[in-house]
Design a protein around this ligand. Structure first.
Ligand code: FAD
Ligand code: 2HG
Ligand code: ZN
Length: 480
């Protein structure tokens, strides 16, 4: 991928931005700008004349008006944890990164209406914590929660571990405040469960990846806090057994399943080998693992009994080989750590190609088997590392480089690998982009998956809202 130095700033423009934001609101020194120019995975690096750090919606609006007048492109950035290079600028001049990090206030928590109104730069872990301090729950949960921000999470319609129970970010949003590409502001911070008033514009910005405007604040849904939990890590003989186990839990008490996560033996091996303190609470390693997390807002819900009886029946049926049940919060956290360290462990284990895909839940075992076989055949010695959110059909069908191959040679095959996996996904009626979004990584797949009337409608929406094309250019939509 191209490597570019920060773009030299135009002094008069910097002065104009400083007039709006004050000196702390504009970063222009190369050392300050650099961290905002590349992505977590190290796939992309771009340019920007400055990083703008507005502290209010009015400041965002004023910056956007100036950019629109000057034809300067804007790359909105939250925690910069995108897996698809969505928040990384392209290698082109006359653009700014607009960081929401200073807009991190909680404007209101309402436990009567069970809503929370927060600014886009609030980090997810902080949103969870504030909800907990009020005795309620904000249920979105994912590995990057210590860094990812509400605006970024909504802009990618993030999923994570609890989609099976609470839905994706979209389902957790009731209202939005958005600055449009001309600087005008939609104030849609309504906390209504029913609001049928024409086009649901708020939903247009969820999953738009910053291509239609800048989310500055949101009304989020809250839920009763969990008063009881039960968590187990199981080994299983096959992918089919994992699906059968999911069905058992669903049949026993669908409402109790908070997360149902699949992991392979190769992925778990990478975690225990590369992550300090990560140890398996089971007698022996296996080829297939499932993490089941149950929770209830009612005390005395009997989740421990439910967990034991379902696992016992599954063991009798030969679907579960061994299981470790968390006896304390510390053990629960240790089990979750084995799951959440998968991305980091994969990074430490060498180059990998990620395939964030989804299929109908019933097709997950076939996806894992067929895509793994196809990848092994394409690149002998490569190591499939499927893991993820089995309960909602979203598997990270990742592939790690063969032991003896160079990272560069392996990554040069990225698109062949993605094509191979996607052919299976297509055959199973799935999607090539489940929860991470399109960003820069998958724009060239849009034509083949969404081409025709669907992509055409997206382009027309983009042209109507952002006729100059200044919002996050090069992301989501392929060049016409
Ligand atoms: P950024 O990366 O900064 O931006 C993401 C996109 O949103 C970009 O296109 C950006 O331009 C746009 N954007 C950001 N803020 C705004 C705004 N205020 N208005 C308009 N556009 C905006 N994702 C999942 O869905 N599920 C997971 O389980 C998951 N696990 C992860 C685990 C790890 C370890 C990591 C590193 C990432 C993971 N991700 C996961 C991906 C990532 O965390 C999500 O995509 C997240 O939603 C991005 O949030 P962010 O604040 O970092 O956004
Ligand atoms: C997860 O579920 C994230 O841990 C990251 O979505 C997945 O690293 C990945 O491919
Ligand atoms: Zn995921």
């Amino acid at each position: 991928m191209p490597d570019h130095a920060p773009h030299p700033a135009d002094p008069s423009l910097l002065t104009a931005f400083r007039d709006i934001l004050g000196a702390p609101g504009v970063l222009a020194e190369p050392g300050d700008v650099a961290p905002h120019l590349s992505d977590w995975r190290g796939l992309y690096r771009g340019e920007a004349m400055a990083v703008l750090r507005p502290a209010s919606t009015e400041e965002v609006s004023a910056c956007v008006k100036l950019c629109a007048a000057q034809g300067i492109a804007i790359i909105p950035q939250g925690g910069n944890t995108s897996m698809v290079g969505g928040a990384t600028p392209e290698a082109r001049p006359r653009q700014v990164v607009l960081s929401l990090a200073r807009m991190n206030r909680v404007r209101e928590v309402d436990t009567a209406d069970m809503t929370m109104t927060v600014e886009a730069g609030l980090v997810l872990a902080r949103a969870q914590q504030v909800a907990a301090e009020h005795g309620v729950l904000f249920p979105l949960s994912l590995g990057a929660e210590g860094t990812a921000m509400i605006g970024g999470l909504l802009s990618t319609n993030a999923g994570g571990n609890t989609t099976v129970r609470y839905g994706n970010a979209r389902e957790l949003m009731l209202g939005l405040e958005v600055v449009l590409p001309d600087g005008s502001v939609i104030n849609g911070l309504r906390r209504l469960r029913k609001d049928n008033t024409g086009y649901a514009l708020r939903h247009l910005f969820v999953g738009a990846e910053g291509t239609l405007g800048i989310i500055t604040a949101a009304v989020l849904r809250l839920f009763p806090a969990a008063r009881e939990t039960a968590t187990a890590l199981c080994t299983l003989p096959s992918e089919d057994a994992a699906l059968a186990l999911f069905r058992r839990f669903r049949a026993a008490d669908e409402g109790a399943v908070r997360a149902f996560e699949y992991m392979s033996g190769i992925g778990m091996g990478m975690v225990t080998a590369t992550i300090e303190g990560a140890t398996l609470p089971l007698a022996a390693p296996a080829d297939h693992y499932v993490l089941v997390d149950l929770s209830a807002s009612r005390e005395g819900a009997g989740l421990r009994g439910l967990m034991e009886s379902v696992l016992e029946a599954a063991m009798e049926a030969g679907e579960v080989e061994d299981a470790a049940l968390a006896e304390s919060e510390a053990q629960r956290a240790a089990i979750w750590r084995l799951r959440e360290e998968h991305p980091e462990a994969q990074k430490r284990a060498g180059a990998s190609v990620k395939n964030d895909v989804s299929v109908p839940v019933s097709a997950v075992p076939e996806l894992i088997r067929r895509a793994s076989a196809a990848c092994r055949e394409l690149i002998p010695g490569s190591r499939p590392v499927p893991f993820g959110h089995m309960g909602d059909g979203n598997i990270h069908m990742n592939l790690a480089q063969p032991e003896g191959m160079s990272a560069a040679d392996f990554l040069a095959r990225s698109h062949d690998i993605m094509d191979e996996v996607n052919a299976v996904v297509r055959d199973l009626g799935g999607s090539f982009s489940a929860e991470h979004g399109i960003g820069r990584l998958k724009t060239d797949m849009m034509e083949s998956w969404r081409g025709g009337a669907e992509l055409d409608a997206m382009r027309r929406i983009k042209a109507a809202l952002d006729p100059q094309g200044i919002m996050n250019p090069g992301k989501l939509l392929p060049d016409a």
